[in-house]
Each structure stands twice: as structure tokens, then as C-alpha cells.
Write a protein that binds this ligand. Structure first.
Ligand code: ADP
Ligand code: MG
Length: 729
């Protein structure tokens, strides 16, 4: 932290110090103890200037030759220093120079190996004073070749006392925030280390079994590593001391999630005992039989629903794996037991698809299916809300309008949320309140690798649909350079002339690689800070639409995007379903749930801008019928290495779980963590790919909660402090 010495000179009242610490999440002593170094600096040794390696930080002991304030191009403090190494003949001849920026200087520097410049772009008068000619300094930093010769920008330095010895320990460098210096942090952490109870939350037997060191030893080693420590293992975080911390962190996460699970389980819920009258009738009326995976998931759900405590289950299944029918069966069980069931989807398009499907399935069974979204006219909405409140409607489908304050269910037994991760925390909390005593089923088509699921869904039971319904023809994926766009347009033309339909997906506007639209519901769009991008994306969509309309004059080209009013959107989708539109230009609003079996071709422009999971989702829109389907990923040259690697994954695999695993490998877990948004403790030290450690932590958490609850309590307190409430969303 080159500026740390400056920052510390700033007056910091207790208040602002506390505020800065809070920004780092440092409130309690335990927080400080667990604030572990990013890296270490070795100040136990002094390097000779002539041995300095460019780009490698080291400590030097030097004498100031001279210093001055220069204005080149801006005000800065520049000091010239030397040490005893190298050839001092020239360096010592400072009288031939007229200051560091003087005329004869460059020649002198190039001749003298052991002269170094220290450059400060920000500085205090006290620092200028410390850099007087003749002052002896210990400096730490990376030497670079500057304009004047070798230099260090903003070195850490102090004036060395005559009897000063070298530190015996590596110097920790902590993650910090503006205005909070390393020295302050070190002091506060040392104080916390001295007065915090460091007793071990793992029993000696458990430590023995897991081969983990004691907590206090591990922590001391990480904060104050002795120089003989295996530095490589320390830096790469494979040292046993790190391992212990990583395990502890995962354990805390598992403990808190499992405890939240038990707490919810302890609440009562109406047992929804199946009569199977309705579910059998539905199964009999379907033109297909459930796959083995659907059957299994349905059995698990039916079992849960019959229990007197709320189901907390996630139904995970790749696009097209048939989650909707499983949801329908679950809703029927609720109705059979005399309760209501609600299904909430994150977008209106998706909700409407569910609604249409469920109407065709359930109306023939004599059930009324209600539809509730924000875009209904006020009177219609009130009528639906009244019917729901009076219990006249057993099944309600909708968007987040379902969880608005005015909606009161008379006897909600089951709440199903599709693509739950796309709802905000606030909405999820609202749903939780509405369905406090109801059974809950979340559905997700985002395949999450097993270790992540274990870690992030440790508070849920998971059913997986790992089998696609039979008779699907696999989608062929092609990677095509943008330069060959004309050929692709010709291909679209050909497919549509043969009676098929196509999607043309517009490029995302890059915003840290995040879709401007993916997470924003239509209703939220105006309020959202991302609306700027949504506008941009709309523009791109309209341009693409205009271009394709011109390129394909004999076809009907449609356009759907998030900014259309919902009835306009519905009209476009309906026309596409009826095959009145040949080519549908779309933004990512069609990402999930859209089901048009006759659409057999998808073109995705600027595929390199999409997330892997998103590409997989999009591709899942085709290959839903019997025709051979294709997905064409158009990419713009030049393609970066990571982008190439990622597109290759989607190209080579059609297995959502495989893709998710690769995505995790290529990009780290941020993407997936984002999928569950806040409300979960982010892992600072542990690696989610460390399946073995995650699994161990999960096992230990279960045992601990059962057998050693006081240890579990102590462990949670240490790691989560008062923040556990946050985890409940
Ligand atoms: P998703 O899991 O992506 O939500 P859907 O529930 O939309 O998938 O199902 C995709 C399509 O497969 C729908 O048209 C649905 O009717 C059909 N389907 C579901 N289950 C089966 C099955 N067992 N056999 C054949 N088709 C099925
Ligand atoms: Mg679906």
C-alpha cells in the first residue's frame, strides 16, 4: 500500500476510524482477528540496491543524497538515495549536480548503479523534512526504471534509528480501505489478538481426524509468520494454517445455513395430504409420461408436502427438463388438501407461459386458474385479489404482483417460485412473509455445480431433474465469425422458407459483462440505475430489427424487448407462437421459459458478451420440437483468450451442469454467488471448488449442531458475529 504512510498522517477521529473499519466489516475483536493478510512483505532482510530486481518488492537501507520538490509535470517530491553497494564514485559526486533534476544528472545516474530515486506524488511536509540529505532510511517497495533511472514510487520508508534491529517476522499486508493505513490496522489487529479468546471450537479429536492445526496457532502464524515459514505455501494459501481458516469459514457457513433450515422446519405448516384425485387426472390427460427424474422429484415433493412443517426444496433442472409439470402436480396436491397454491415468475413473459400451460392442463380438471400481474387494469386486479382473498380461486399464477401488500391468500398451502434467484432480496422476504407457514418450492434452470449447491443451498433440500424428456433432437451449435453474417442471414431465410422459425438474439450492452436486462423486470426498468443501458440495448434491438427486415423482405420479422408494454409483448409472442412471425428479434427477455417448438434456429449476436449459463439458457429455446435445431453463436473478432475458451465450452457441451462447472473453473464463483445475491456470507478465504473441504465442513456442521451445540454457537459467534440475521433472506 504505497500511500499508507500518507493516509495515516491524516487526523482521524474515532468516528471516522470506526467508519473505515466498518467498511472492512471490522466491528468486534473477532472480526479483527479474522481479518487476514492479503500477502506479506519480507522486512527481515535488507537487499543491496545493486541486487534489486525490477518488479519485486524488497527492503533497502539507504542514505539520502538530496531531495527537492519538482514540478514535472505536477508537484512532486523527488529524493535521490544511495546505499553502500555498487560503484559510489559517481553517485557520491553530488556537487557536480545542481539537484535531482539538474543538468548533469542523467549522465551521473546511468554511470552509478547504486543510486535510486524516490518519487512522491502526494506528500506531507513532514515527509519532505524526513528526506533531508544525509538521513538514513529503510525503504520498502518495487524498483522500476523511471525517466530518471531506477526509482520507487511512494515507497514505504522510515528514518532508521542507529540501534534499530530487523524485524523477526514477515510483515503482513492487510486488505484495507481509503484512509486506513497498514500501521493502524496492524496495531488494532495486534491488540485484538492479545485480548481475544482464541479457544478452539474444534475438539482435539476432530482436529486430529481432519489434520488441522489449532485455531490460535493458525491465526498467529497467519498474522505474524516467522521468516522460516514455508513462504510459498503461505502466499498460495495452501499452508495448513490457511487450511484451518478455510475450513472454519466453510463450517460457519454450513452451520448457519443448516440452522436456518432447522429453524424454518420447526415452524408448522399444514400437511397437504394427497388424495391423488387431481394429480392422477392430470397425469392421465398428458400426452407424455413423466421421465424417471420427474417421477423421483415428484415423489420427493409429494412427501415433503404431507409433512406438518414447511417444505424448503429447490427443484433444479436444465432447460427443457420439464419442471412445469412437476410444479403443476405439486399445486394439485395442495388443492386436493383444500389449500391454495401460487406460482410466481420473474418476468411477465415467463409468468404468462406458465399461465397458458397451466390453464390448458388444469381447466379441463374443473379448476379455476387466476392470473395476477402488475399490468392488469386496476379493476381486474382488484377482482382477482378479492377472489384470492375469499379463497374462491385455488391456483394463482403471476409475477411479483402476487406478493404485494394487498394480496391476501385465504389459505395458501404452497408457494412456488420460478427462477427464484432473479427476484430481489426484498421480494424474497415479502414472499417469505406471505408464505410463512406455507410449503415452498423454488425452481431453477441455472445448473449449479454440486459443490456450490451444497454450499449455497445448504438450507434447502434439492431435487434434480437430470434427464431430458425423450424425443428431443440435440441442438447443433456453431461458432461463426461476424464476418460471415450474410451467410447466416441466408441460412435463416432458408429455414423460414421451409416453414421453420428463428430467434435472432441481440447483443448485450456490455456492463461489466452483465446483461442490462436480465435482472430488471419491466416494471423496475424505469427506476433502475441500469435504465441507461436498457435504452442502449433497445436501440441495438431496433437497429438489428431494421437491418433484418431489410435483409429478409419476404419474411415477417418481429421484435420483442423488455420495454414493450406487456400486452404488446404478449401480442408479439402470441404471433410468434401462431407462426405468423418467422424471425423474432429479441433481447434476453426470451431467455427463460419461452417455448415455441417450431423455432429450430437461433442466432446469438456477439455471443462472446454473454455469460455461459445465459448462452445455455438461450440455446434451450430451440430444440424443443422434432426438427433438427441449430444455435449459431456469432462472435466479433478479435476474440480474447478467455472469451474463446468460454465459447468453446458452450460449443462442445450441451450439458448445463458441465457448462456451469467449466464456467466456475474459468471465472470463479462470483457469477454463481451473484445468482443468489446478498444475504449469504461471501467466502473470503475458502475456495468453493475445494469439494473435499466443503464436504467435510458439511458433515462436521451436522454433527456439531446435534452433538456439540455450544461449540457450534461459539463458532458462529466468532465467524458471523451479529450478522447472522442477514443470512435469512
Ligand atoms: P423447463 O424445465 O425448462 O421449465 P418445461 O416444463 O417448460 O421445461 O418443459 C419443456 C417441454 O417439455 C414442455 O413442452 C413440456 O410440456 C414438455 N415435457 C415435460 N415433461 C415431459 C415428458 N416427460 N415427456 C415429454 N415432454 C415433456
Ligand atoms: Mg420453465
Amino acid at each position: 500500500m504505497p500511500c499508507s504512510s500518507l493516509a495515516e498522517k491524516q487526523p482521524a477521529s474515532a468516528n471516522t476510524l470506526a467508519a473505515r473499519l466498518a467498511r472492512l466489516g471490522l466491528r468486534t475483536d473477532a472480526d479483527h482477528v479474522l481479518h487476514l493478510p492479503l500477502r506479506y512483505e519480507d522486512e527481515t532482510r535488507i537487499t543491496a540496491l545493486c541486487d534489486a530486481q525490477p518488479g519485486i518488492a524488497a527492503q533497502f537501507e539507504v542514505e539520502v543524497i538530496d531531495s527537492e520538490i519538482a514540478y514535472r509535470p505536477r508537484r512532486q517530491l523527488l529524493a535521490r538515495v544511495r546505499d553502500a553497494s555498487g560503484d559510489n564514485k559517481h553517485a557520491g559526486s553530488s556537487q557536480v549536480l545542481d539537484g535531482p533534476l539538474g543538468g548533469g544528472r542523467r549522465e551521473a545516474v546511468s554511470a552509478a548503479g547504486a543510486v535510486l530515486f524516490l518519487r512522491f506524488l502526494n506528500f506531507y511536509p513532514s515527509q519532505q523534512k524526513a528526506l533531508q540529505a544525509g538521513a538514513r532510511l529503510r525503504i520498502f517497495g518495487e524498483v522500476h526504471t523511471g525517466y530518471l533511472g531506477p526509482e520507487i514510487i511512494h515507497p514505504r520508508f522510515h528514518v532508521v534509528a542507529s540501534d534499530e534491529t530487523l524485524p523477526q517476522r514477515l510483515t503482513p499486508v492487510y486488505p484495507t480501505t481509503a484512509g486506513l493505513g497498514q500501521a493502524t490496522l496492524r496495531r488494532l489487529i495486534a491488540r485484538a489478538l492479545a485480548r481475544t479468546d482464541m479457544s478452539d471450537t474444534l475438539s482435539p479429536a476432530l482436529r486430529e481426524r481432519l489434520q488441522l492445526p489449532e485455531f490460535s496457532d493458525a491465526i498467529q502464524q497467519l498474522h505474524n509468520p516467522p521468516p522460516e515459514i514455508a513462504q510459498e505455501a503461505l502466499e498460495s494459501r495452501h499452508h495448513p494454517a490457511w487450511r484451518r481458516v478455510q475450513f472454519d469459514e466453510l463450517l460457519a457457513q454450513q452451520l448457519s445455513l443448516r440452522r436456518a433450515y432447522s429453524a424454518r422446519r420447526a415452524r408448522g405448516a399444514p400437511p397437504l395430504v394427497a388424495t391423488t384425485v387431481l394429480s392422477s387426472a392430470l397425469l392421465a390427460s398428458l400426452p407424455f409420461r413423466l421421465t424417471g427424474a420427474q417421477q423421483r422429484a415428484w415423489t420427493e415433493i409429494a412427501n415433503d408436502l404431507g409433512q406438518p412443517h414447511p417444505m424448503q426444496r429447490l427443484l433444479q433442472g436444465d432447460v427443457g427438463s420439464g419442471k412445469t409439470v412437476v410444479a403443476a402436480l405439486a399445486m394439485l396436491q395442495a388443492v386436493e388438501a383444500g389449500h391454495q397454491a401460487a406460482l410466481m415468475a420473474p418476468t411477465e413473459i415467463l409468468a404468462e407461459q406458465h399461465y397458458r400451460k397451466l390453464v390448458t392442463w388444469l381447466q379441463p380438471l374443473g379448476l379455476d386458474v387466476a392470473w395476477l400481474t402488475g399490468s392488469l387494469k386496476k379493476r381486474e386486479k382488484e377482482a382477482v385479489i378479492a377472489k384470492v382473498g375469499a379463497g374462491e380461486t385455488a391456483i394463482v399464477i403471476g409475477t411479483h404482483a402476487l406478493i404485494e401488500d394487498k394480496v391476501e391468500f385465504s389459505r395458501l398451502g404452497l408457494a412456488i417460485v420460478d427462477e427464484q434467484h432473479r427476484f430481489g432480496v426484498r421480494q424474497r422476504l415479502a414472499l417469505k412473509e406471505k408464505g410463512l407457514f406455507a410449503h415452498q418450492l423454488a425452481m431453477s434452470a441455472t445448473p449449479i455445480p454440486r459443490t456450490l449447491a451444497m454450499s449455497y443451498y445448504a438450507d434447502l433440500d434439492v431435487s434434480v431433474l437430470d434427464e431430458l424428456p425423450p424425443g428431443r433432437s440435440p441442438v447443433t451449435t456453431k461458432l461463426v465469425s461476424e464476418a460471415r453474417r450474410d451467410q447466416i442471414v441466408a441460412r435463416v431465410h432458408e429455414a423460414c422458407r421451409a416453414g421453420r422459425q428463428a430467434y435472432w438474439v441481440c447483443p448485450l450492452i456490455e456492463e461489466n459483462g452483465v446483461s442490462a436486462e436480465a435482472n430488471v423486470s419491466v416494471a423496475n426498468l424505469k427506476r433502475s440505475g441500469r435504465s441507461q443501458n436498457a435504452v442502449l440495448q433497445l436501440k441495438t434491438a431496433e437497429e438489428t430489427f431494421a437491418r433484418l427486415t431489410a435483409d429478409l423482405p419476404d419474411l415477417c420479422v418481429g421484435l420483442v424487448h423488455g420495454r414493450l408494454k406487456s400486452d404488446e409483448k404478449a401480442a408479439v409472442m402470441a404471433a410468434f407462437v401462431r407462426n405468423e412471425i418467422d424471425v423474432l428479434v429479441a433481447t434476453t427477455v426470451i431467455e427463460v421459459g419461452v417455448d415455441v417448438p417450431n423455432a429450430s434456429l437461433m442466432v446469438i449476436e456477439h455471443a462472446e458478451r454473454f455469460g455461459l449459463a445465459q448462452l445455455h439458457q438461450l440455446r434451450g429455446r430451440v430444440g424443443r420440437g422434432t426438427a433438427q435445431s441449430a444455435c449459431i453463436l456469432l462472435y466479433a473478432q478479435p476474440l480474447g483468450e478467455l472469451a474463446r475458451a468460454r465459447l468453446k465450452v458452450v460449443f462442445e457441451s450441451t450439458d448445463g451442469f458441465e457448462i456451469a462447472r467449466e464456467d466456475l473453473r474459468l471465472r470463479g464463483p462470483g457469477e454463481f454467488i451473484g445468482a443468489r445475491q446478498s444475504g449469504l456470507p461471501l467466502l473470503r478465504y475458502a475456495d468453493l471448488e475445494d469439494a473435499a473441504l466443503v464436504e467435510q465442513a458439511r458433515g462436521v456442521a451436522e454433527d456439531m449442531l446435534r452433538e456439540e451445540p455450544q461449540r457450534a454457537e461459539a463458532h458462529l459467534k466468532r465467524w458471523l458475529g451479529g450478522r447472522e440475521e442477514l443470512l435469512k433472506a
